[in-house]
Structure formats: C-alpha cells, structure tokens
Design a protein around this ligand. Structure first.
Ligand SMILES: Nc1ncnc2c1ncn2[C@@H]1O[C@H](COP(=O)(O)OP(=O)(O)OP(=O)(O)O)[C@@H](O)[C@H]1O
Ligand SMILES: [Mg+2]
Length: 494
C-alpha cells in the first residue's frame, strides 16, 4: 500500500480492517511519535454534511472518556484526498483481536467470556456516567489484548449514524447489527444506557453459546424475534453453565427496559456474583491466554457464606411469591372464577358433587390468581366449560348419533389436544389456550359419552391438567430461584 498521510500528521501504514462506515488503518502519529489507529469514513457518508457535524460532536464527547476499557479517541479531522473530503477519526491503537475474531477461532472459555463481558460493563459504567450511550456494542466493536484486557471501540459513532438515519428516513431507523438490536432501537423509540445492557446480554449470550440469541434467514426475522420471542436460556446450548450466569443474560435480554438491570454496575455485580457462585466443574478452566480472568476469580473457598445460604431459603420464598399483576390472562382467570361461582349456584348440573366442585374451582381460581394466572385459568374455567358442555348435551340427546356430529366431536377433540399442548408449552399466555382446551375438550367428550361417564372423565381431566401444570409451574419456579437476585422472566404470566 502506498503510504498516505492525513492532516500532515498521521501516516497510514497498514489496513487493519473495514466496517460499515469506513476503513481502519494502523498509522503513525508523526507529531507525538506513536502508533495510532485511524478510521477514515466512506465517501458516501463523507458527503453527508450534517453527519459530519454530528460525527465530530460525538467524537469530541467520546474523547472525554478516559478508561482502560475504552479505546481512547485522540483526534478527529478532515483531509482532501484526490479532490474528495476524507473525514477521519484517530484513536488508540489496540493490539489484539476483536471478540468477533475470537468467536471465529472458537477459543474462548466460559470464564473468559464472562470476564470479557464484565470488562465491557466496566467500560460502559464509565461512559454512561459521562452520559454517553454506545448503541452498537457487538463482538466486532470489542477488542481483547494479549493480556486479556477488553477495549470497547467506536464510542459515539453509532449515535451519529442513527441520527443521520433518522434525518434521512424521518423515523428512528435502527442502526446497528440486527443480532444485537434492542427492541426500543428496532421500534425507533428512545434509547438509553439500558439499550447497551441489552446488547451486552446479546454479546455474552453469543460468547457463551457461539450464536446470538436470535437467528433467522433475514434481518427482518431476527428483529421480529427481538420484539416478541423469549430467548432460549444459554445453558440449554452450553450445558453446565452456572444458573446465575443464565439468569443474568436472560434479565439483560428483557424486552422492557425497566425489567433489565438498572445500570451497568448492577449487571456487573450480578455477573461477578454468578461467576463466584459457580463451582469449578461447571466453568471450564481459563486458558493461559487469560491471566486476568484467573486473577479476578476468587477461589471457591472465598465464596461468601450468605451466598450459599441464600439459595435454599430463596427457593422456598420464590415458590410462595405473590406475583399478581393486572394482565389480560389474570382478568380472564377472574372472569372464570366468577362464572364458576355462578355455575355452582345454578342447577345446570344436578349431581351431588358438581356444585361444590364448581364453587371450589371458583374460589381456588381467585386464590391461585395471586400465584399463577395460568393455573387459575385452568382451574376456574374447568367447571364453567363442563356446565356449558352438559347444557349443550340436552339438545344433542334429541338429535341422536349422526355422522356429522361424530366428525365434529373428533375435530373438537383434536382442537382440544392442540390447545392443551399449546397451553402447557406456552409459559407466557398459555391460560387462554387452556380455557379453549376446556371448552373444546369437554364438548368433544359430551358427544361421545353419556352423562355419568362425562362427569367422571371431567374429574380425571381436571386432576390431570392441574397436576401437570402445577408440577410444571413448581419446576419453573425452582429453576428461577436458582438465580435469587434475578427476577423470573415475566412472573405474572406464569
Ligand atoms: N482502535 C483499533 N485498534 C486496532 N484495530 C482496530 C481498531 N479499531 C478497529 N480496528 C480493527 O478494524 C476492524 C474494522 O473496524 P470497524 O469499526 O471499521 O468495523 P466493524 O466494527 O466491523 O463495523 P462497524 O463499522 O459497524 O463498526 C476491526 O474489526 C478491528 O480488527
Ligand atoms: Mg467497529
């Protein structure tokens, strides 16, 4: 490469890489006689006058950052090369490799991944304290030196870019890597320091599992998943991961900013705690390349006593935690409880036990609502659905067995099976599917059986569904309680 000199000062020696905005070079600063990294902007961006002003302002703000975890911005300038303006940014030269390269090599241990994420959080704590949100935390923007120190690159640049996009498109179009975009960035809403915490959650997820939390065939599909899907817990992809680390990642990835960590310091403290509580076999031993990770990890014997005690008592507390929130599912459960009480007082099913079972269902629905809206839906709506099915039965008795009714019954049975599966699997809003299960399932049973058998099958189903869902809820609660300081994902929905 022919050596160019920018601003009569920075001699570009070697190209280090190329990104979306321009090219990065290793360069020599002839005035201060040191090696620096120079990022030149692509011609396309350089033509945008407003972007340049914004870019310079953000670069000046980023230059105020002084932290070992931040690649320091030294200078920003503009030169003319072949008659074209070339804006450039001069920053600290970092010798090492980016986390994207480390991911490509597949050489990071879980411990090194947690250590790197912790260092990124330290750097963010500093920048957020200066009112600077990064907005484009991703593996390509974090470098790892030979000594294991992480340095965050490109502070201030994503902000300038996103404001350019807003100006060009009239909307807060997301700028960044789809795999790491927070829901608020995708929706063009306000971003703040918690947007960076979401990206750190994505970063740690990928460092631990070798894939970002959401993957898809198109950027659109990935962005859609960021908005609506719950991530698969990293421990499912990397068995043996400490549950606390799992919980930290999942909390950072919450859709609502308020549900994430309050700030980088809190997330870092939680991550440190999770790493401390892990035992040797669950976290692979750090490679010799990361002495920092080793130095930072206290021996298991140093684990604070109260940390170990917390696990047991928190589990019990978590099981009894009241989580009622006015969600649509909760309202449906409440309605079901009210109807169950009405059914118990009416004479729709004239058997000895049913009115009492319906009354208990209604009352139990109200009580369970405090604990699990989904379980409350399942219990409260069961007698209501049974009453509806039996009441419909009177009209069928007059019509007799006709092929079309048998077909309808089979279809209803099939739909009921699908609803039950959906309700069982969907921890968020499975209550609706369970209500649908009761109606379709019991109506199907009504088509095939006489009154006496119907009520028997109903009791068996009620017991089976309650047992299955209750066990599942208990299991989820126990799993969540292993990360005591981290709330369970959307507990009201459970
Ligand atoms: N300060 C630096 N010191 C050493 N190498 C650097 C420095 N900054 C960037 N690099 C190298 O240059 C490469 C390109 O960086 P660049 O920021 O242009 O691309 P990117 O991060 O992949 O994309 P984006 O434009 O979205 O930030 C990096 O992957 C890294 O290898
Ligand atoms: Mg970059």
């Amino acid at each position: 490469m022919e050596h160019r000199t920018l601003g009569q000062r920075y001699e570009l020696v070697e190209q280090l890489g190329q990104g979306g905005m321009g090219t990065v070079y290793r360069a020599v600063d002839h005035r201060l006689r040191r090696t620096v990294a120079v990022k030149t902007l692509s011609a396309e961006l350089a033509l945008q006058q407003q972007f340049l002003a914004r870019f310079q302002r953000e670069a000046h703000a980023a230059a105020a950052l002084n932290h070992p975890g931040v690649a320091t911005v030294y200078d920003v300038g503009e030169d003319v090369v072949d008659g074209c303006a070339v804006p450039y940014l001069v920053m600290e030269y970092v010798e090492g490799r980016t986390l994207a390269q480390a991911l490509g090599d597949g050489t990071l241990s879980a411990e090194q991944a947690v250590d790197a994420a912790g260092q990124v959080l330290e750097a963010l704590r500093h920048s957020h304290g200066h009112g600077i949100v990064h907005r484009d935390i991703k593996p390509a923007n974090v470098m790892l030196t030979r000594a294991g120190t992480a340095k965050v690159l490109d502070f201030g640049i994503a902000k300038a870019l996103s404001e350019l996009a807003t100006r060009l498109t009239g909307t807060g179009v997301a700028v960044g890597t789809p795999a790491y975009l927070a829901p608020e960035q995708i929706e063009g809403r306000d971003t703040d320091h918690r947007t960076d915490l979401y990206a750190v959650g994505c970063l740690l997820y990928e460092l631990l599992t070798d894939r970002p939390p959401y993957t898809g065939e198109s950027p659109f599909s990935v962005m859609h998943q960021h908005l609506v899907r719950e991530p698969v817990p990293p421990s499912r992809l990397r068995p043996g991961l400490p549950p606390g680390v799992d919980a930290v990642v999942l909390r950072a990835l919450r859709k609502r900013r308020e549900d994430r960590f309050a700030d980088a310091a809190e997330m870092k403290a939680e991550l440190d705690r999770a790493a401390r509580m892990s035992t040797a076999p669950t976290m692979p031993a750090p490679a010799a390349a990361a002495p920092r990770a080793q130095a930072d990890r206290p021996e298991p014997a140093e684990t604070p006593r109260h940390d170990r005690a917390v696990t047991g008592s928190d589990r019990i507390r978590s099981l009894g935690r009241v989580v009622f929130r006015p969600t649509p599912e909760g309202m449906v459960a409440l309605l079901g409880s009210a109807l169950a009480v009405v059914v118990s007082r009416s004479e729709m099913i004239d058997t000895e036990h049913f009115p009492l079972a319906a009354l208990l269902g209604g009352l139990a629905g109200c009580v369970l609502l405090l604990w699990s809206a989904r379980l409350a839906c399942a219990v409260a709506w069961a007698p209501v659905a049974e009453a509806v099915a039996v009441w419909s039965g009177f009209s069928r008795a007059e019509l007799g067995w006709e092929t079309r009714y048998v077909v309808i019954a089979l279809l209803l049975g099939l739909v009921a099976g699908l609803c039950l599966t959906a309700g069982y699997q969907d921890g968020r809003s499975g209550g609706f599917a369970l209500v649908a299960f009761w109606f379709t399932g019991l109506t199907s049973v009504w088509y095939f059986l006489d009154d006496l058998h119907k009520i028997g099958v109903f009791y068996v189903l009620l017991l089976g569904v309650c047992l299955a869902l209750g066990t599942q809820t208990l299991k989820t609660r126990l799993a969540d309680s292993r990360g005591p300081a981290v709330p369970a994902p959307d507990p009201a929905a459970r």
